[in-house]
Design a protein around this ligand. Structure first.
Ligand SMILES: Nc1ncnc2c1ncn2[C@@H]1O[C@H](COP(=O)(O)OP(=O)(O)OP(=O)(O)O)[C@@H](O)[C@H]1O
Length: 361
């Protein structure tokens, strides 16, 4: 999918803005605090039903208003919209029809983002890495979403037995289910990470050619992979009862990015790490595109941060092969120079005090 028109009302500092987007490449230029990230956030919100910056919906609604609306028309004639109010109530519309599920929106639009905060993938806790992998899996592996929902239900029930110690006779039942679902989910994740690794190498060859072949992703499934999960849980039964929650299982998975067995963050500079993040996101976008009929939309916030001229050029070479609708923001036009195609086939927007205007180049 590519967005033809994006309309925001009362989202952050963006009052009412209607943007006619280019089907390939779009640039947003504006000073600090003008509203660039907010615009990217609005499109991300439509695709994910949540922000990449906050879990507080109130802070997304423009100060002094009660709700916000984000809607898009696609080049394929799909119309999607979401309205969210201060009480946390959402109204979702897909092609004019009301829907009650945020996941229905995500079935129609896939949005990927790289921001200066994306470094959390290396430096943050496992939560960020789990989110990244599961987002890809949600789009690429159809059975993942239902297996994961089921797993979470069983995980909660098992934890309740461990915590309250009231349903100990039921613990064995929930443990069997927990093991079965953990194994299923671990195998889906493992398969996905194998595909991601292969795809990643293609993009690293373009963006980080001198490191590409030495980079690998290590998958840690959430328990020692040389043992059966059921045996581990049996061995640790009293430890888990003492703690009151599950210590092993699919909820505990993590991934590591390595160069010759050393963590990436110790071997690559900040700029190189950003190129790695972009390569990873491009790889994920490509996998999503291969499986879904919907092409992902790629958002890159503050491209100038961390990347020098030649890194931005390398990113542009890769972008040209990606063939996804992309919106890139920067503080000034100079930061965008290595990315601007000679054929003028792009749209440029200027953002100022929450107002977005198309610029004639
Ligand atoms: N709910 C809200 N209502 C009104 N204004 C808001 C709200 N939330 C945030 N803002 C303001 O919106 C402005 C735009 O923020 P945003 O992060 O989009 O800027 P930006 O253009 O991406 O800046 P930078 O280049 O510094 O990243 C900020 O000044 C912020 O204080």
């Amino acid at each position: 999918m590519s967005v033809k028109e994006l309309h925001t009302i009362n989202f952050r500092n963006l009052a009412s803005n209607k943007l006619a987007l280019h089907s390939d490449l779009n640039f947003l230029v504006g000073d600090n605090g003008s509203g660039k990230s907010s615009l990217l956030e609005s499109l991300f919100y439509l695709g994910h039903g949540k922000s990449f910056r906050t879990s507080k919906v109130d802070s997304l609604i423009q100060i002094g208003f009660d709700d916000f609306i984000i809607s898009v028309k696609s080049n394929e004639n799909t119309q999607l919209g979401i309205q969210r109010n201060k009480l946390g109530e959402s109204k979702i519309k897909i092609n004019g029809l009301a829907s009650s599920k945020l996941s229905d929106l995500a079935k129609n639009i896939a949005v990927q983002i790289v921001t200066p905060e994306s470094f959390k993938l290396f430096f943050g806790g496992p939560k960020e890495r789990r989110k990244f992998v599961d987002l890809g899996l949600f789009h690429v592996e159809h059975s993942f979403s239902s297996e994961w929902k089921l797993f979470q239900r069983v995980y909660k029930q098992r934890n309740a037995c461990l915590r309250t110690k009231l349903g100990l006779e039921q613990l064995d039942y929930w443990t069997d289910e927990f093991c079965r679902l953990s194994e299923n989910i671990a195998s889906l994740r493992k398969g996905y990470i194998e595909s991601l690794k292969q795809e990643l190498h293609y993009w690293l060859k373009i963006m980080l050619p001198s490191y590409g072949k030495d980079i690998s992703i290590q998958y840690l499934q959430g328990w020692n992979n040389k043992k059966e999960l059921s045996d581990i849980l049996q061995e640790n039964k009293y430890k888990e009862l003492e703690k009151g929650f599950s210590l092993y299982g699919a909820q505990k998975f993590d991934i590591r990015f390595l160069i010759d067995n050393a963590s990436i963050e110790h071997r690559l500079s900040r700029g190189q790490q950003k190129l790695f993040l972009l390569a990873l996101t491009f790889a994920q976008s490509k996998l999503i595109e291969q499986v879904k009929r919907i092409k992902p939309i790629l958002l890159i916030d503050d491209i100038g941060a961390e990347l020098d001229h030649s890194s931005r050029k390398a990113m542009f070479l890769a972008y040209q092969q990606l063939n996804c609708q992309t919106i890139i923001s920067a503080i000034d036009r100079v930061a965008l120079e290595p990315l601007i195609p000679d054929d003028n086939n792009y749209n440029m927007f200027h953002v100022e005090h929450g107002q977005i205007k198309a610029m004639i180049e």
